[in-house]
Write a protein that binds this ligand. Structure first.
Ligand SMILES: *[C@@H]1O[C@H](CO)[C@@H](O)[C@H](O)[C@H]1NC(C)=O
Length: 353
């Protein structure tokens, strides 16, 4: 009797795995091709050839661009080069990037920068928080930005047992942030979750006094950003192809208001500083990203989501390309009519809108 039950359970389990497996192609948009939407005045940014995973623009128009991410399962076009942070001044006529020098005893050789977030304190000092994966570990590095010297001074590293496999962060105050946590660095677990369509990833709140899970149930929580009024958090669930709109509670817990469903794998999010619209860097077809083929490369797609809090958010395409120009867009950020689009491992694009 026991054996029969075990066999039935095994059969049911295998059938479930198979059924989930069959929907994988659809969930990864295996057959989706993009139709080109390309603003007139766009150019690739000279000097960025191997990734521009995250981009964060200060209210003054200075943009930080993280470069050289080494992430399991993603192509790496310069495996021997450590990660770098570039600066671009969007107030210039013809802006160019400049690598930021990092001082203060930071281990640059193992720098593997991922998500970033800036924080400006009451004295107008600027701090850059960077998710780092030295030797495939996860830490959050805090740097002070010295504008005159165009450099970053390393201040400290935050590590915590809950801050594992961190993807992106959004800073709320001094040493206080939300972080998304996926299971990317435990490949097998990530694959299992993906195939089985499980929702085991979450958002953490970190402060020196308290670290806790504030939202869970994401298939793969990825990009995170805050609304201009600092009342809402937007979380991109990349494998569920949607954006969760969440309200910040007094105790920093997040409660879900709504989910905006899209037909593209949403990576990083930013808020347009002029309108509050969400800009989403997306992967239209994840199979092309995961099975990288230079003959048929992954494309890029940037969506603008207006009125995210309303009944009917309005979604429009700001940029789309089949990979002939830009591959694997992960983030888009705007400032004063200019648009920067970053990628997981490829180049970066600058557009005047
Ligand atoms: C991508 O689009 C360009 C034209 O915009 C076209 O020449 C090229 O063949 C397309 N590439 C693929 C792989 O479809």
């Amino acid at each position: 009797m026991g054996k029969l039950v075990a066999l039935i359970l095994l059969g049911a389990g295998l059938a479930l795995v198979w059924e989930r497996f069959l929907t994988l192609g659809e969930r990864l948009n295996a057959h989706r091709e993009v139709e080109s939407v390309e603003p007139q005045n766009c150019r690739l940014i000279e000097g960025i050839e191997n990734g521009s995973e995250d981009i964060d623009i200060l209210p003054s128009g200075l943009a930080f661009i993280s470069n050289g991410l080494k992430y399991s399962g993603m192509p790496d076009l310069a495996p021997d080069e450590p990660g770098r942070i570039f600066l671009m001044d969007l107030n210039e006529q013809n802006p160019r990037v400049q690598e930021l020098n990092i001082s203060g005893g930071f281990d640059k050789a193992s720098f593997n920068p991922h998500g970033m977030s800036t924080f400006i304190d009451k004295d107008q000092s600027v701090y850059l928080y960077v998710v780092n994966h030295p030797h495939m570990d996860s830490t959050v590095e805090i740097f002070k930005f010295e504008e005159q010297q165009r450099s970053l001074v390393y201040l400290k590293t935050i590590k915590h047992k809950l801050l594992k496999s961190v993807n992106d962060i959004v800073v709320l105050g001094p040493e206080q942030f939300y972080a998304t946590r996926d299971h990317y660095f435990t490949n097998f677990l990530a694959l299992f979750e993906f195939v089985m369509d499980l929702r085991w990833t979450h958002v953490l709140f970190y402060s020196p006094r308290e670290v806790k899970v504030v939202a869970s149930g994401f298939s793969s929580a990825n990009g995170i950003t805050i609304s201009l009024d600092k009342k809402y958090i937007y979380v991109a669930d990349v494998s569920d192809k949607n954006i969760h709109v969440m309200k910040i509670q007094d105790n920093w817990d997040l409660t879900e208001l709504k989910v905006i469903q899209l037909d593209t794998l949403v990576d990083n999010l930013t808020a347009d500083p002029d309108t509050g619209d969400i800009l989403a860097g997306c992967h239209p077809n994840a199979i092309k990203l995961l099975m990288y083929n230079t003959e048929d490369p992954p494309g890029s797609e940037v969506l603008r989501i207006r009125n995210a809090l309303s009944e009917k958010p309005v979604i429009s395409t700001m940029y789309a390309n089949n990979g002939s120009v830009l591959q694997g867009s992960s983030v888009a950020s705007t400032y004063g009519g200019k648009l920067l689009i970053g990628t997981v491992f490829h180049k970066a694009l600058y557009c005047e809108l």
